[in-house]
Design a protein around this ligand. Sequence first.
Ligand SMILES: [Zn+2]
Ligand SMILES: [Zn+2]
Length: 405
Amino acid sequence: MFSTITPFKFINFIIIFGGLFIVPEKGTAQAIHVNPWTAKKMAVIPPAASLTDGVWLKGELHVHSRHSKESSNNPISKIIAFSKSVRMDYLCITDHDNHVDGDVAHNTWTDPEFKSDSVLLLYGAEWTTTRGHGNVFSAKPYDHQQLFDVRDQRDTTIGRVKNKLGIHLSANHPSGKDNFGYSYDLVQSIEVWNSVLWAKNANAIMIWDDMLSSGRKLTGRGGSDAHHGVPDSPDKTTTNSSQAKVNYVGTPTTWVFAKARTLQAVIDALTNGRVAISSNPFAPRIEFYADINADGKMDLMMGDNAKATGKPVKFRVKLAAKQFPDGEYTITVIKNGSKFNSYTVTGKTPVAEFTDTPAETGRTYYRVTVEGPQTPYPQLSGWAAISGNMVGLSNPIYFNFDPNF
Ligand SMILES: [Zn+2]
Ligand SMILES: [Zn+2]
């Protein structure tokens, strides 16, 4: 390929061949590289969906039942009963597909316990492969066997199968053991918060920022990856049973702003990035908005994308909770992968506002993280001891991201 600037002495005419050669004054021609992939004109970005016509739903997107061989004391009925007790709206049980040779349909989904009168049960599984793990989320049963069978093929082949199945695929615990070794172009979301152990997610956040910075609107979501339930009697205790009181459904909790209380609306919200993650089901939920035309009315929320006009944008971060613990929260704004600023709020005035002008050309994104006092999670007696101070994070608000990317 052409380098950015290539001197061509003794050539004093114009050639167009991938790059444009112009004749400079002193008889030395320079090639001005033209990147053929640069967007010629910003595509029209569709207006954002309603900020009010919808419902906040909270759920768990990564949990293993007895159909995963290394789980213990964790039948589906126990997971659903617990989810109901902490008022989860939706749940995806994601058993390892390789433990049933890909036949999730005749294991997790046909389990007589796979039913609930109050919790929306997504269809899914953990795609467990040599090159890493990913979760599938679907509003209806799909042929998971096809995704299992194609796991070792080239990514282009996998992409075709995935698209045909019409599923939402999500990269799990993308760094470290079982890192996601596939192209991120195969996935709509990434698990940026896996389990109660926040510190181990640092590399996942780095990968996320890299993907966002490269123009990919990739939703960040959470998942406890819990495998173990509380034993029903002392003799059922295993070496892993202690985990059940530390890391279980809701650690962390993924909130979606869905158009309706339906399975499909949960998937759509996940795909569109109207998503925030909280450390537990009772911890504050982050709402992140932007007013792009200075009319005092918010126009965008996290996950939304708009054209930058070159004018200042007013952003609002709001923490929503039934009850706040005492103490100060630190809200950190990340702009294009780097810290932009931080703000201190309390539960009494849980709102921070700031103004910035996203560049008129090129992409910009803003996302926020919230650290501070943890809201108790009484159902998990050991949670508070290791939960640290990460309270929540939002998905980005985007400017000039190509909707046709
Ligand atoms: Zn995994
Ligand atoms: Zn897992």
